[in-house]
Design a protein around this ligand. Structure first.
Ligand code: G3P
Ligand code: CA
Length: 325
């Protein structure tokens, strides 16, 4: 392995550090720079949320629309839909390549995370999934590490309504880059139960699959998340998938009078043989009772022990694991 001070490796073999949208605590989310930084920090996996463009290219973007993280409104006035959003699916990749990415802004124009990277540097673009996979594989070669990819096709049912098969295209591109089997360094994740079943049973994908679990009130997908957290729901997931990705407060009480108590979800998932990778641990958006990533990690690795976490700050999680190895 090359001697490189930037290059760390995760000291904990049984805890998976997933860089959420890259090292998004330090650089604008889902930029190639954020992916490279996460790689250098020693993350085990780097997350990609993906959507389709009008010309059927997969791009790495969290929202269906471009307006919260790019200058699309300035560059393409009038191209928004009736709801005011500029959907990626209404633009060709060549158009999207002209956009500049900035830190996420709220609807009122203020930064979603005020202490993060300055919003108006104009030096970042929206990557195609192919570009990000090539970057990660290139860094794996030059550093000797084996960082994986953790891909979430965003809102497959919505894409279907637009006449696009997002999941099939995602599985196809992953296969092109050598990610096909459970033994490969790749996860496919989704909030949409039917889309993961489609990947497994109709596309015959052998990738590791993770069922994300949200709250029904978010209207994230047609999936019933209350049901998925029951024994019957977990059994249904375990029949075809490899893990669950719950919201952190679904694993441990982070606000109530029973602060710190397990909800029982992690133990129930483990009884079914499912991995548990919870989201999202942010150093600058911790629950009120937890002042540091260290305190959060202490809780998440003991009460009960998660198998991994999505985090905007992979370096801080890794430093905790190093100190407590
Ligand atoms: O995919 C895990 C986590 O990223 C889910 O939340 O909204 O950041 O995609 P979101
Ligand atoms: Ca995601």
């Amino acid at each position: 392995m090359p001697d490189n001070k930037l290059m760390h490796s995760n000291p904990s073999d049984d805890f998976t550090v997933i860089a959420h949208r890259g090292a998004s605590g330090y650089l604008p989310e889902h930029t190639l720079a954020a992916a490279a930084m996460a790689h250098a920090m020693g993350a085990d996996y780097i997350e990609q949320d993906v959507v389709l463009t009008r010309d059927d290219e997969l791009i790495v973007l969290h929202d269906l629309y471009l307006d919260a993280v790019t200058d699309v409104a300035d560059r393409f006035p009038g191209r928004q839909r009736d709801d005011g959003h500029y959907y990626a699916i209404d633009f060709d990749l060549a158009e999207i390549r002209t956009l500049r990415v900035h830190e996420r802004l709220k609807a009122n124009g203020e930064p979603a995370f005020p202490g993060r990277f300055p919003p108006d540097t104009g030096v970042f673009g929206v990557p195609a999934l192919r570009e990000e996979l090539a970057l990660i594989q290139g860094l794996n070669r030059s550093t000797g590490r084996d960082v994986g990819v953790y891909v979430e096709p965003k809102s497959p049912a919505w894409h279907s309504g637009e006449g696009k098969d997002l999941v099939a295209e995602t599985v196809r591109i992953l296969a092109e880059f050598g990610y096909r089997n459970r033994g490969d360094r790749a996860f496919l994740q989704s909030f949409d139960l039917d889309s993961l079943k489609y990947a497994r049973h109709e596309l015959n994908s052998d990738l590791k699959l993770v069922q994300l679990i949200g709250e029904n009130r978010w209207r994230e997908s047609p999936t019933d998340f209350d049901y998925l957290r029951t024994e019957a729901g977990l059994a249904e997931i375990a029949a075809f998938a490899d893990g669950i990705g719950p919201w952190l407060p679904q694993t441990v009480d982070l606000s109530g009078v029973n602060f710190g108590n397990t909800t029982g979800l992690v133990e129930a998932a483990h009884r079914r043989g499912l991995l548990v990778h919870a989201y999202t641990l942010r150093a600058d958006q911790l629950p009120a009772e937890l002042e540091t990533i260290e305190a959060a990690m202490e809780l998440l690795t003991t009460q009960p022990r998660l198998d991994g976490v999505f985090t905007d700050h992979p370096d801080q999680v890794i430093h905790y694991l190093e100190r407590n190895d």
